[in-house]
Write a protein that binds this ligand. Structure first.
Ligand SMILES: Nc1ncnc2c1ncn2[C@@H]1O[C@H](COP(=O)(O)OP(=O)(O)O)[C@@H](O)[C@H]1O
Ligand SMILES: [Mg+2]
Length: 285
């Protein structure tokens, strides 16, 4: 497998993975350093293995796109990173810290809630269905978590929120409720809300697939802008292949919980090697 930062297989025993394989705890946003790392991650639902001993990493500042047929495990990867799910085997690290474990006395153990909250702060996500707070105006939707989770003052949070709402082109709609906005505008609020937490990595899960076709371009333009003008790391699931081609440093093609092929967007989209990739691209291009 070709991928940034060459991941290696981890220990297969999730209950006691080798702590000696722990990446450095020193945290840095320097470009080129690996920010997200999956080591031998297996996720099952009952008897069904949805992710199968998955290894990959994403370096700081890179934009990595996950493609593949429905059911291949893409959303599961993002949900693991959001700690909405836990893996049965393997380890996930973010910025050199374990997400799904905690190191104590040289051993990897179940993490405390505090540890999980700390590491989780580095990650932001935008969902397919926006999930805005329906009872809050746009400005408050974007201010809420920075005030209540990060402890920012109201003034500071408001200033940050206004800058981000401007970035997504909605300065005229600060006082509207989500229901007064189009789906595309709501999704842009959701993007501003995720960025307001200043995550190191932004997860985007098919963020335009619930939108009316005429609203898709506006959201993709905002994301393209963010990808090209900021140093945020992105992990993107999308069926918008020209967008993926524009913003991605690398593309991972998934099938049945495994990476079947990976590489630069040029390689994956213009010269795919695997039949599975060719078949998949024929259905979406
Ligand atoms: N909570 C769950 N319980 C049982 N099966 C699930 C659950 N979530 C996802 N799956 C299954 O895991 C597989 C991968 O799903 P998912 O990660 O959503 O795929 P993708 O995002 O690539 O379409 C699918 O077969 C799906 O049905
Ligand atoms: Mg999905």
């Amino acid at each position: 497998m070709k991928n940034d930062g060459s991941a290696t297989a981890g220990d297969t025993d999730a209950t006691a993975p080798a702590a000696s394989s722990a990446p450095s705890e020193s945290s840095s946003r320097a470009a080129g350093k690996e920010l997200v790392r999956f080591d031998n991650v297996t996720k099952r639902f009952g008897d069904v293995t949805v992710l199968d001993q998955l290894d990959f990493c994403v370096d700081t500042g890179k934009h990595v796109t996950l493609i593949g047929p429905s059911g291949s495990g893409k959303t599961t990867i993002l949900r693991l990173l959001m700690t909405l799910l836990t893996p049965e085997e393997g380890t996930i690290t973010v910025d050199g810290q374990y997400l799904t474990h905690e190191e104590r006395n040289g051993k990897l153990v179940k993490p405390s809630d505090k540890h999980v909250r700390e590491v989780r702060k580095k990650i932001g996500m935008v969902f397919q269905h926006f999930n805005l707070f329906p009872n809050m105006r746009v400005l408050r939707n974007v201010m809420e978590a920075p005030v209540h989770v990060l402890g920012l003052s109201k003034d500071e949070a408001e200033q940050r929120a206004k800058e981000l709402i401007e970035l997504v082109g909605l300065s005229e709609h600060l006082d509207k409720y989500p229901s007064q906005l189009s789906g595309g505008q709501q999704q842009r609020v959701a993007i501003a809300r995720a960025l307001a937490m200043r995550p190191q990595v932004l997860l985007l899960d098919e963020v335009t697939s619930a939108l009316d076709p005429e609203l898709v371009a506006g959201v993709l333009d905002v994301l393209r802008d963010i990808a090209l003008s900021t140093d945020i790391t992105m992990l993107v699931v999308t069926h918008e292949m020209s967008f993926a081609r524009d913003i991605s440093d690398s593309v991972l093609m998934f099938d049945k919980g495994k990476i079947v092929e990976s590489g630069s967007p040029d390689k994956i989209f213009s010269e795919p090697e695997h039949d599975r990739t060719k078949e998949f691209l024929a259905t979406v291009l």
